[in-house]
Design a protein around this ligand. Structure first.
Ligand code: TYD
Ligand code: MG
Length: 492
């Protein structure tokens, strides 16, 4: 095949250039030129005779529409994030799934576990075209490093680990490992040829940033290369109906590295988060063509790979039974699952003209709004206090139902008195200081009760935040009272 020509196209105005430049010569946009493959244009006067595109009738669409067969990845929390109905959760044949996350978070570990499960069990519901093989394209590691990881995961000692018994790493059956194929090639066109000849039942590309095509001159990881290689891999996955995982790096800001179009090309984008110092990892679907977004999976990293955490509350709720100043329990919906989390707040007198508002796991604007509401309707002098609010366990949420919990935690820290134990707060806080109802209240209530919560603070129990604060003795006690309790508040 003749070598394809590549051009640099401005992503703002569409102008083409033969060479890269920092600024577009047409629209003057900076850093907007991206290398793209240019198909050879038909010679002038010799218009290509296009064949008409295929059309299908509605009854045919109906026939094709039947749900695609899913098959399990062997990790129940990953299956839950990938989506599906009832008992049929997991990957869809032909789906391209992008897993993003910081280095060292465990992307390769998770996908190695998926590969091990697929060589053992993953072949049955697959298309007839695919064989039982799994192709792991490891552009980042040497085969010996991968072998080391595999032996770690399938170490029979791991049977001792706690967790979901169905997921304990099992020693693969005899001969099965021969179906696990590795390549360290980073040339996408050669990888695609391998996929076409080997016809594996699952392909894992670790990572898309290492893939290159010689049709482009850009280095591995450049915007043009990422887009082109991802597009070619997607095409072959769809053509052969093979599920394909792509590993993607994230930038320092936590965004997926590479062009936004990468997220448009693939079927699902999953993001793995967590603090490297803690063993807990959270996998969230940001985009999912074959399931719900916002579904989260919770995992624990063990010495022998990941295990699913079926009951995450025990990790996110440390203080539910002990009265603790500055702590409140909330119930958020993550996808279809209610999750109980602990919100913590620390309120200290500020030395700054502009007091600090710091949030971890919650939006800063949320903290500012709630602080303003407390200041106006409960007369808390928060403008002279620094506020720190965080969700325990490294969880990140944007759910409105967390508002009331934040308000209670701030009030608890400022008044230096705890909420009663086994209390959960479910409600959004409005700008008028009112508690508003939230969606799926029944499900949240049920989950809170299941985990032993006896008092539920919500719209049903209190109409305003101020009323709830008064009932639990969390209202601001002005200076006059401080004289009486000066002993334990002398820092104030
Ligand atoms: P890795 O999957 O290589 O991360 P990524 O591909 O996202 O960069 O895993 C990184 C960490 O996981 C590494 O610090 C070692 C640790 N680890 C375990 O704790 N247990 C295990 O069984 C394995 C395989 C890795
Ligand atoms: Mg890796």
């Amino acid at each position: 095949m003749a070598k394809l020509k590549s051009v640099f196209v401005c992503q703002q105005c569409g102008q083409e250039f033969p060479r890269w430049a920092g600024q577009c010569g047409n629209c003057s946009a900076w850093n907007s030129l991206v290398e793209e493959v240019k198909e050879k244009e038909p010679t002038a006067g010799l218009q290509r005779q296009a064949t008409p595109s295929e059309v299908i009738t509605f009854p045919e669409v109906e026939r094709v529409r039947r749900p695609k067969a899913r098959f399990s990845t062997g990790i129940s929390e990953l299956d839950r994030v990938l989506g599906g109905q009832n008992n049929e959760l997991g990957m869809v044949a032909g789906a391209v799934m992008l897993i993003g996350g910081e280095p060292g978070i465990g992307k390769s570990t998770l996908l190695t576990q998926v590969a091990l499960h697929a060589v053992e069990y993953g072949t049955a519901p697959l298309t007839k075209k695919a064989t039982g093989r799994v192709l792991y394209v490891a552009g980042e590691e040497s085969p010996s490093q991968i072998a080391l990881r595999i032996s770690r995961i399938i170490d029979s000692e791991s049977k001792k680990t706690k967790g979901n018994p169905a997921e304990k790493a099992k020693k693969p059956s005899q001969g099965v490992m021969e179906h696990l194929l590795f390549t360290t090639s980073t040339d996408v066109d050669r990888v695609i040829q391998t996929i076409k000849t080997e016809k594996p039942s699952l392909v894992i590309i670790d990572s898309i940033q290492t893939m290159t095509t010689t049709d482009l001159t850009g280095t591995a990881g450049s915007v043009g290369q990422i887009r082109e290689t991802a597009e070619r891999l997607t095409q072959v996955a769809k053509e052969l109906d093979i599920p394909l995982f792509l590993v993607g790096h994230v930038t320092k800001e936590g965004e997926l590295a590479g062009p936004k179009v990468l997220e448009h090309i693939v079927d699902s984008v999953l993001e793995m988060r967590g603090e490297r110092t803690s063993e807990l990892r959270i996998l969230r679907a940001i985009k999912n063509r074959f399931g719900a977004t916002d579904e989260v999976g919770v995992f624990k990293m063990t010495e022998f790979g990941f295990i699913s955490v079926d009951n995450p509350a025990e990790y996110f709720l440390e203080h539910r039974n002990i009265p603790t100043v500055g702590s409140a329990t909330v119930c958020v919906m993550e996808g279809t699952r209610p999750l109980l989390l602990e919100v913590q707040a620390l309120v200290v007198p500020s030395q700054l003209a502009m007091p600090r508002r710091v949030g971890r796991g919650v939006d800063l604007s949320k903290i500012q709004i709630i602080a303003a509401v407390l200041q106006k309707y409960s007369r808390m002098p928060l403008s002279s206090y620094d506020l720190f609010v965080s969700v325990a366990g490294g969880f990140v949420t944007k759910e409105p139902s967390i508002d009331l919990g934040i308000a209670l935690a701030i009030a608890s820290s400022l008044s230096n008195s705890p909420l009663p134990p086994q209390t959960a707060a479910i409600g959004e806080v409005g700008l008028l200081g009112e508690i508003r109802s939230v969606t799926l209240a029944e499900r949240r209530l049920k989950e809170a009760k299941r985990l032993g919560m006896k008092n539920i603070i919500s719209k049903q129990s209190h109409s305003t935040v101020a009323a709830a604060l008064i009932q639990f003795g969390l209202q601001y006690k002005p200076k006059k009272r401080n004289v009486l309790v000066a002993e334990d508040e002398d820092f104030d």
